[in-house]
Design a protein around this ligand. Structure first.
Ligand code: PRT
Ligand code: ZN
Length: 295
């Protein structure tokens, strides 16, 4: 029998393509080079194939089993789940990239300043079902004008009073004289899976991939820190290092009381930590990324 290969649908090009590709490569997939017309990539070192498609097609491919798993934006996933899908798909894991939000926005100098002000107004969006759910939850009656793109021009053209769209930096809203009035959904890249049970071979490939993805994600949140410090300050310094409960401590030859301290630390606010370390007499501080980590 032919060996089973796990099929992953990812965005071919666009705002999720690079993050998806980077994650899979960090998880160890060696992929052949691709051109603009490549739709299918066969990993060289693992029984995994990639389908390179438009992001909007990913939920459908996963639901129907054309792909076993997929990487898709939470905005697309939510809208799909609300659209009475042929078969539902399951959220397996949040992937921590392609962050954005679905927000209500209105003309900056206009009278519509909160969601409640939208009663009886009209909103243009490519996400009509998520917006309808929000209005229902809030008890607001408003018209929804569905548009497939360029939603941000709708108020200027008199198509709608406001919009409901993806916002990242806010520059697109700004350029169109709009400002956000409420965030409705926070979105990031999600790993999704078909609800059809995978056969044993595919399930075991997926399990291996998940361990690797978890390890990549964990290592992205931590750093390896090395520094020299007076041995008398060891306890204080260990307290300052975020998440380092058992640092490695090495004597420094010919430097009296000085020791070298090595530890794995949480990445958040490392600059503040470095300042505090200096205050305690730490020197020669080095911080390096950790490429892989497995507990
Ligand atoms: O061709 P294909 O159909 O595959 O791609 P697409 O054009 O439909 O989607 P794409 O590549 O634009 O986005 C893919 C996914 O990336 C989205 O579904 C979101 O989950 C996520 N994402 C993250 C974003 C943004 N950030 C984003 N900024 N999707 C769209 N935008 C738009 C936003 O609507 C605005 O018009 O980018 C513009 C710039 O945003 P600002 O706020 O930074 O100005
Ligand atoms: Zn799309």
């Amino acid at each position: 029998m032919e060996t089973q290969r796990l099929r992953i649908a990812i965005q071919k090009s666009g705002r999720m393509a690079e993050g998806s590709n980077e994650l899979l490569q960090a998880a160890g997939l060696r992929l052949p080079s691709r051109s603009k017309t490549t739709l299918f990539q066969r990993a060289r070192n693992l029984p995994i194939d990639l389908l390179l498609v438009r992001d909007d097609d990913i939920p459908n491919f996963v639901a129907t089993g054309v792909a076993d798993i997929g990487i898709v934006g939470e905005n697309v996933y939510e809208e799909w789940q609300l659209d009475d899908p042929v078969a539902p798909i399951t959220l397996v894991r949040r992937l921590g990239f392609s962050f954005c939000r679905l927000s209500l926005a209105t003309p900056k100098d206009g009278p519509l300043r909160s969601a409640k002000d939208l009663e009886g107004k009209s909103l243009a969006t490519s996400y009509p079902l998520i917006l309808r759910r929000f209005f229902k939850e809030q008890g607001i009656q408003a018209d929804i004008v569905e548009m497939s793109g360029s939603v941000e021009v709708a108020p200027k053209l008199g198509i709608a009073d406001g919009i409901f769209d993806i916002v990242s930096s806010g520059a697109t809203l700004e350029a169109n004289g709009l400002g956000p009035i409420a965030d409705v959904l926070k979105s990031e890249a999600l790993l999704v899976q078909t609800q059809k049970p995978l056969n044993a071979e595919k399930a075991s490939i997926l399990e291996r991939l998940m361990v690797r993805i978890e390890s990549v994600q964990a290592s992205r949140q931590i750093k390896y820190i090395m520094l020299n410090a007076p041995g008398s300050k060891l306890a204080t310094i260990t307290d300052i290092l975020p998440g380092a409960d058992a640092p490695t401590v090495l004597p420094l030859q010919g430097k009296g009381d000085m020791v070298a301290i090595h530890a794995v630390v949480q990445d958040a606010d490392l600059w503040d930590t470095l300042e505090k370390l200096k205050e305690q007499g730490a020197s020669s501080i080095l911080v390096t990324p950790i490429e892989k980590m497995m507990a």
